[in-house]
Design a protein around this ligand. Sequence first.
Ligand code: FAD
Length: 593
Amino acid sequence: MNPWQNTNSAADQMHEMLEHDILVIGGGAAGLRAAIAAVQTNPRLNVAIVSKVYPMRSHTVSAEGGAAAVIKSNDSLEEHINDTITGSDWLADQDVVEAFVREAPDELLQLEHWGCPWSREPDGSIAVRPFGGMTIERTWFAADKVGFHLLHTLFQTSLKFESLTRYDEWFATKLLVENGRCQGVSAIELRTGEVRLLLAKAVILCTGGAGRIYPFTTNGAIKTGDGMAMAYRAGVPLKDMEFVQYHPTGLPGTGILITEAARGEGGILVNKDGYRYLQDYGMGPPDPWPRLRAMELGPRDKISQAFVHEMRKGRTIAGPYGDVVHLDVRHLGETKIDTKIPFVRELAHRYAGIDPVHEPIPVRPVVHYMMGGVHTDINGATPIAGLYAAGESACVSINGANRLGSNSLTECLVFGARAGRHAAAFAAHHRSLDRAALAAQARDEAKRVAGLDGTDGGTERIAMLRTEMTRAMEEGTGIYRDEGSLSKACDVLRTLRDRFARIRLDDRTRSFNTELIAALELECMLDVAEAVAHSALARTESRGSHQRTDHPKRDDARFLKHTLAYSTDGAPRIDYLDVVITRWPPAERVYGR
Ligand SMILES: Cc1cc2nc3c(=O)[nH]c(=O)nc-3n(C[C@H](O)[C@H](O)[C@H](O)COP(=O)(O)OP(=O)(O)OC[C@H]3O[C@@H](n4cnc5c(N)ncnc54)[C@H](O)[C@@H]3O)c2cc1C
């Protein structure tokens, strides 16, 4: 018998409603920070974290380079705001960027007080390193294992609060919205395979990004856009989804990231002739080094685009996994490499078989980060009452058309904390829950999940659909796009959606049914991918990471606007929202002069 089809047992499971004041979905940097902020705001609130993996396995753990915040006397809030807005190609909301930059130093100092081992200058003060697109060194780091230390600090701190419960290895499948308020989620407890009902007065989505909609990405396998898809299906628009960040230095084959810190510490990019090609792309002359915000410390979108041009000119190096250029850190010497970027050496050795002390590292651009996400206001609130979002799953928006490296971890902290505080205030004033209606919704969801196995004649295999989706995204919505490539991607994604309705799963077990989870993740990715492709098709201009070869210029008159993609029964509906401009009027985005 197929246990997923036993709807009686699915209904029985609903007897036990688990209830909390706040549910945080996600145990990465944003989720843990949000949960801590919520319990600190109101210790009487009962807060739970639901995470499909053990929190320390969240993608945050793999962050390498650092977190940005103004700390040195040669720096200023104004400069950090300026760099972030310029980096965003003026698509970031300026009131949000101001709040972000203002609150960033306190968040990083708070982590220090919770035990984060930030690297030090010889005099004992916090050390900072240069990072792409930042005019001044302001990136705090803990060698090149920043994500591990940051996440561990948050995780350990979260253990101090008795009113904080965790549901590790629970997979949320649906937001439960009743009477216009989000009042919980349904989730699969992976160990037992049971679909459970979790009720709450407020829900905070911190489910991370969706890089896995592409074939070649730095993102962990769990980054499948689940929270984005859940919010989208519930009626919340996804904002600025066409802006997908390529990081210029991924290892060929695996997509494993070689952090920007390698260039921050002095690494250079050269083509097959050993030539520092970025000087040909408006990124300034190579010397004197370091020239911040120029050459190898330019923004990620422009450096990734320069790679494509070098490849077209035949100046890249052919390799078994496509063309590469070389990231050369040899001149830094073994001591500096081992002190400042030891993980770079380890990764290059393990995954490219070379020792960067003696050889250059082969690299190519790789999908890294989603600038877009769940539409929120400055406090993480979405248009649905009681539903909040923060971190990479949200678009608040500080990143606009291109994120600066090291702003994301800080964003998770600043806006995770804001969302936690505001959800706590909301939960304290909205105590009622529509229990019967929510139980009915969760029962329907249990039936839907049970029906996914395709025992009624399904034939499509999820691995095949996933491969076709990632190929369509790479071919149609890559570093350069045009109307033809985007329309084709939209068409392919539509047929994949139809085919998804006819999938067949082989695994009939309940406990840790990874095939079922992969199917649910694929369904989320198809939603997110469609939002990306349609948003990109509608934006007939080039800005930041969104480069249309058929519309190569930025068009502020028509597109100084956020894209909002709404879910419908057919193609996404696209709408626009004005960007908040306060003190920094749009200007030409210049680097290297
Ligand atoms: C290799 C790499 C290096 C990076 N380096 C840097 C850096 O140096 N500096 C910087 O600023 N940024 C960096 N970034 C970006 C930054 O790390 C991420 O944007 C950030 O960590 C995202 O944190 P998050 O809390 O939003 O999500 P994540 O850390 O991805 O956590 C998501 C959480 O959601 C949970 N979840 C997801 N779906 C479900 C579901 N359906 N049900 C239940 N739980 C779910 C997961 O279990 C997980 O706990 C890097 C990214 C990568 C990939």
